[in-house]
Design a protein around this ligand. Sequence first.
Ligand SMILES: Nc1ncnc2c1ncn2[C@@H]1O[C@H](COP(=O)(O)OP(=O)(O)O)[C@@H](O)[C@H]1O
Ligand code: SF4
Ligand SMILES: [Mg+2]
Length: 349
Amino acid sequence: MVKTTNSPDVILEVDNLHVSFTTHGGEVKAVRGVSFSLGKGETLAIVGESGCGKSVTARSVTRLLPEQSSKISQGSVRYKGRELTELSEKQLRELRGSEISMIFQDAMTALNPTISIGEQIMEGIIRHQKISRAEARKQATEMLGLVGISNPEMRLKQYLHEFSGGMRQRIMIAIAAVCKPSVLIADEPTTALDVTIQAQIIELFKMLQKKTGVSIIIITHDLGVVANMADRVNVMYAGKVVESGTVDELFYNPQHPYTKGLLASMPRLDTDKSLPLTPIAGTPPDLFAPPQGCAFAARCSYAMEVCGVYQPEQTAVSSGHSVACWLQDPRSQVVFQPSIQRNNMTALG
Ligand SMILES: Nc1ncnc2c1ncn2[C@@H]1O[C@H](COP(=O)(O)OP(=O)(O)O)[C@@H](O)[C@H]1O
Ligand code: SF4
Ligand SMILES: [Mg+2]
């Protein structure tokens, strides 16, 4: 069932989000009307080719975007019923870490290599909880132990470069999770790691979720990660969600030609790495001047005339599964009766 604001289970709801950047080359329309909801204790995966707006969507939630050049031009982000797009930077700082935390791909750039990891974990605790250093150190030690770092008391004094890549990710997760946020947003947290370590990090997320009931948004390039930990998936293309559904629906009943292409082109944890992947021919459109109709039309072997003219809208495939593709839109049948084509095209606009 699709969860809505009325459902007490919904913790985060993004509605018709538009985000753009001002650059020397003009305005980049990075996110163009993204909507989704995240349930309590649920894991939502966001997948899609590089540049389709996954990170910008994720960063928009707590507005971790360049202040000068970015703009949320439209839409809303509601967390526990509270509108986040209207919060001041000070209010957002209070929210980040304590309510909604982010985990990034590369700990070396996301964290401070010149401050001991103990200080970095404790900093968040003290900022949000107003407790003594001794108590904060106790919590930091416990958290480091919980994320699987042995001898945590001693290791609190160390710096990032003294840890392996997998350990650094564990530390970033410890920092993100130590104040018990309700939402964790992980942006390709396992991309830079080898397969065994990736699997361990996924298990760590699952353990944390089981223990704390945290809701998770995970951005990933790996369908194995999706299969392993997500409940639902948003497939993004050119700044829009083109298909959304449960993991089973998306894997076994994909409807959008782009989703089908992705399934054939993305690596999986659980399949033979020697099997060839089939890349989707062509490249995503220019987000300075997105196409008038379906953004996938230039790469789609099913493209019809209507696809080049009108943007497809979300159509329900089944309960909780929707797709934005003219192939599934009942109106496209009408549009393609040549005698009434013109009138209906106008009506659709
Ligand atoms: N700070 C920025 N300034 C200008 N353009 C940006 C900025 N960040 C992202 N973009 C553009 O926004 C689009 C979406 O980027 P992003 O969300 O990072 O994609 P991905 O799906 O790979 O995470 C891309 O076209 C990217 O070039
Ligand atoms: S709307 Fe048309 S071009 Fe876009 S994916 Fe569907 S069939 Fe292909
Ligand atoms: Mg990204």
